[in-house]
Design a protein around this ligand. Structure first.
Ligand code: ATP
Ligand code: PRP
Length: 225
């Protein structure tokens, strides 16, 4: 039996169900709205596992699911050396979001990363501690800032409502996912005029540790991949 892990709720789950339906495979939640059980119609030997999107990378890495759907941001953040754990089978065309660095809109002299690096250097000299960036994407943000040779900062962990941390005075800047930009605007933040740290979208991934390669390949072929 192939185990297929998909997000258990929200738009990501609904759009994922639509994606499979367009390819002749019907995924559905069984039982009550609150029960995390699912069924698969239209494919032999495939079972559905409903999981938090954030846990799907780990389940793929461990080989507890053969296939999984989650955002590329979560794969790259949660799996060091992700290419040795999973294969990307298909970008799915939804769940688009950019991981960006944002600062208060009122920072008139801060439009790009060079400005940010200068402000961060001055901030440390002035305040005696490093400028704080709130994020849950520690690995991706560290790697990106290191590539850009920005060093005068510290990361503050924020697992949700990250855009609120600046007004709450627990950080000076944030690095988070945005799609419409409304949450940033509502919290008086602006994106630095750079390419995003990462462009993410929902992706179908294959575990390199789960085995059953022939069955997985046959199912992928049925999906037109
Ligand atoms: N506003 C958004 N628009 C589009 N995609 C988004 C948006 N916010 C988050 N995502 C994407 O959705 C995926 C899941 O996000 P997140 O980690 O917030 O999960 P969640 O819905 O909070 O799930 P759980 O709480 O069960 O872990 C991520 O890959 C992320 O890039
Ligand atoms: O650019 P926008 O369209 O406004 O979307 C961005 C928001 O969506 C996500 O939050 P989510 O709703 O997943 O909640 P979270 O705060 O728990 O991350 C993300 O963390 C941003 O806060």
């Amino acid at each position: 039996m192939i185990r297929l892990g998909v997000p258990s709720k929200g738009r990501l789950m609904e759009q994922c169900f639509e994606w499979f339906a367009e390819r002749g495979v019907t995924l559905s939640r069984s039982g009550s709205d609150r029960e995390y059980a699912g069924r698969v119609d239209g494919a032999e030997n495939v079972s559905l596992v409903l999981l938090s999107a954030g846990e799907i990378p780990r389940e793929l890495q461990a080989g507890r699911i053969h296939l999984g759907v989650t955002g590329t941001d979560l794969i790259r953040e949660k799996l060091a050396g992700w290419r040795s754990h999973v294969e990307e089978l298909a970008p799915m065309g939804f769940g688009h979001a950019d991981l960006i660095l944002a600062v208060p809109s009122c920072w008139a002299d801060c439009d790009d990363l060079d400005d940010f690096a200068t402000i961060a250097r001055d901030f440390r000299a002035e305040h005696g501690f490093r400028l704080r960036i709130a994020t849950k994407y520690h690995r991706l943000v560290r790697a990106w800032l290191s590539d850009q040779e920005v060093a005068d900062y510290q990361l503050v962990d924020s697992q949700g409502a990250t855009e609120g941390t600046v007004a709450n005075l627990t950080a000076e800047a944030i690095a988070d996912i945005t799609s419409s930009g409304e949450t940033l605007r509502a919290n008086h933040l602006k994106i630095l005029a750079e390419e995003p740290i990462l462009r993410s979208q929902a992706t179908l991934l294959r575990s390199l540790a789960a085995g059953s390669d022939e069955q997985v390949r046959a199912f992928a072929a049925q999906l037109g991949l």
